[in-house]
Write a protein of this length. Structure first.
Ligand code: G3P
Ligand code: CA
Length: 245
């Protein structure tokens, strides 16, 4: 059965990557939550997608140029809707605390533009250990050097390659770097690849699917997982598809 991941939380109905969006995903009973992590100036982990603050918060400039305390002063809800004024950029720890007692899978996407060792992977693993959330976690990144670093630190963590350009037999590349799953871009993902990858033992999870017809089509293809901004709608559609099957 396809697992539904709330992309940046329930980000179609709530401000992305905020506690409000994650709380809504938990309330809905999603299978998983996806979020993005970055390092602050004072080497803390925060949950935010863009490398800059401008699109989603009241701040401006680069995330990495601010300390956590400075980042916490910005509003991360009002740009989505005034209803969410007062939401802040969550720390990774705050989200892990929120997930305690749930069995929700957590897909942590490491946002990292540079190759050198910034310490983000080590810090993420340390916080996952602290909150006993390693087993429920899947680590992904477009930065495959970062994934290699994660796997060198902890072989048991499931790592998934993120990529956008179509690859022939992407599971072979994943095997080469040691990753265990494929997180693939919707316009570049076809059903044949999904079937073949999953027969070869590589779960495929597709981002980001919001249209009803695409959701139904990938549910019918029995893809391992999908990322969506509208988890409630996706959960209802999945029930419908399962009843037809
Ligand atoms: O992890 C899937 C998806 O979130 C990757 O793209 O840009 O939404 O972080 P993006
Ligand atoms: Ca992401």
């Amino acid at each position: 059965m396809t697992k539904i991941f709330a992309h940046r939380g329930s980000s179609g109905t709530h401000p992305e990557n905020t506690i409000a969006a994650f709380q809504e995903a938990i309330r809905l009973g999603v299978d998983g939550i996806e979020l993005d992590i970055q390092l602050t100036k004072d080497h803390e982990l925060v949950v935010i997608h863009d490398y800059t603050l401008d699109r989603t918060t009241s701040g401006s400039g680069k995330v990495e140029d601010y300390t956590v305390e400075e980042l916490k002063a910005f509003d991360a809800g009002s740009k989505f809707s005034s209803e969410f004024a007062g939401e802040t950029i969550p720390t990774f720890r705050e989200v892990l605390a929120l997930l305690q007692g749930t069995n929700i899978e957590l897909n942590i996407e490491i946002k990292k533009r540079v190759e050198e060792d910034t310490g983000i992977e080590k810090k993420m693993i340390r916080e996952l250990e602290e909150f006993h959330y390693l087993q429920e976690s899947i680590i992904s990144s477009f930065n495959h050097d970062s994934l290699k670093r994660v796997m060198a630190l902890n072989q048991n963590l499931e790592c998934a390659i993120l990529y956008t350009k179509k690859m022939e037999q992407p599971w072979q590349y994943a095997t080469h770097i040691g990753a265990k799953a494929l997180h693939t871009y919707l316009p570049e993902t076809d059903h044949e690849m999904i079937i073949e990858a999953q027969q070869n033992g590589f779960p495929v999870r597709v981002f980001t699917i919001n249209k009803d017809e695409d959701l139904e089509s990938f549910f019918q293809a029995k893809v391992a997982g999908i990322f969506t901004d509208f988890p409630e709608k996706a959960m209802n559609l999945l029930k419908k598809v399962e009843n037809i099957d």
